[in-house]
Design a protein around this ligand. Structure first.
Ligand code: SF4
Length: 371
């Protein structure tokens, strides 16, 4: 989600709207925004100020920035402009809550367990109603998006009421779907139009449960994935390379092959060093030099089992070359950076780059590829 700082004029609270016209000139860019609340308009200007227009609802930043027709934005009275939905992008995310029933040791989100938690299901509904893409795709995440099942269903209903072509990628720990009735209810809306991406961190219940900070976590997640699959919902298994699971990574992959042979995809992921991951770095971090062989073995096993596999969040120069074809450009545009040395690299356009939060830890491993 991109955000900008500027000055708001005549805006109270939060104002949601869709960019319906963009005009660039030599000194900046002007946008006409159709507002959600009253179908009136607001005006966004970046670059040099134009006289007169700030009598109405408007926002201005001196620094030039770009919005596209179809972007859905939120303007706040305190001068923030957040791009809540980028038109035509496949990276859009609805972050519906910061509540979670797990407390993962390497969680890259700022999750609130109790007190002061913020739900954003209603705000995401407002955004969804404004989206005009013909086939919108959105990731639904949190916290745990199924922590409030009724609100989750309400959001999905709102999306599909406004456009039947929505599709979804739901990032969930799936423990709520240990309740078969919920899996069944979700299938009524989402079968054929959603992939549920579920993290499984170890084949050992004690190790998985220690990582997620919840007793019974592995059992409930496994049951949840099976219930979703029984109801015909597409599933993906995700795991993260951690010091906790490295010593038995092969056992984890065997567990995945045996218990989730129906999974459409398995993602093997590098860590994002932010929030809990940063706080617990001493306990969770694995140096890139340590996981090459582990990944070769894991990918071979999944391939042999005819399960689609990808590697996320690991730059090509930190992977054995025979794994490059499995590496995905998985890091969202607004989180990715490159090292200075990357400018000399011949595979830069195929590389996922580096999380901005990881750069200082992995820069020493960056070795430009020269063809
Ligand atoms: S040098 Fe940079 S662009 Fe090239 S593979 Fe490494 S991280 Fe990616």
């Amino acid at each position: 989600m991109r955000g900008f700082r500027g000055v708001s004029y005549n805006i109270a609270g939060s104002l949601y709207g869709r960019v319906d016209a963009v005009k660039s000139d030599a000194l900046g860019e002007s946008c006409l925004v159709t507002c959600a609340d009253d179908s009136g308009y607001a005006y966004v200007r970046s670059g040099s100020l134009l006289e007169g227009v700030f009598l109405k609802r408007s926002w201005h930043a001196h620094e030039r920035m770009h919005l596209s027709v179809g972007d859905v934005i939120c303007l706040s009275s305190d001068g923030r402009l957040i791009v809540e939905y980028s038109a035509g992008s496949r990276d859009n995310v609805f972050c519906v809550t910061d509540r979670c029933n797990h407390r993962c040791i390497m969680c890259p989100q700022h999750v609130v367990i109790s007190g002061g938690a913020v739900d954003r299901y209603a705000e995401c509904c407002r955004v969804a109603r404004l989206v005009e893409d013909s086939s919108p795709l959105v990731g639904i995440t949190g916290g745990e998006p199924l922590i409030a099942p009724d609100k989750f269903v309400g959001l999905v209903e709102t999306c599909l009421d406004s456009n039947a072509n929505w599709s979804f990628q739901v990032l969930t720990n799936a423990t709520a779907c240990a309740d078969y009735q919920l899996a069944k209810q979700l299938a009524g809306y989402l079968k054929g139009r959603a992939v549920f991406c579920v993290p499984i961190y170890s084949d050992s219940a004690s190790v998985h449960d220690q990582i997620v900070g919840s007793h019974g976590g592995l059992w409930k997640a496994t049951l949840g994935v099976h219930h979703l699959a029984c109801e015909g919902i597409d599933t993906e298994i995700r795991t993260v390379l951690l010091s906790h699971n490295m010593h038995r990574f092969r056992s984890l992959v065997e567990f995945i092959c045996k218990n989730f042979p129906f999974a459409g995809h398995v993602a093997l992921m590098g860590q994002e060093m932010i929030a809990n991951a940063r706080i617990n770095m001493d306990r969770v971090w694995v140096e890139p030099s340590e996981y090459g062989g582990v990944l070769v073995d894991a990918v071979e096993l999944l391939d042999d089992s005819r399960i689609n596999v990808s590697i996320y969040n690991i730059p090509l120069c930190m992977l054995p070359e025979n794994l490059w074809k499995y590496a995905s450009r998985s890091i969202s545009e607004w989180k990715v950076v490159h090292a200075e040395k990357c400018s000399e690299c011949s595979v830069r356009s195929e590389c996922c780059g580096i999380f901005f939060s990881n750069l200082k830890y992995v820069e020493k491993y960056v070795v430009p590829i020269r063809s």
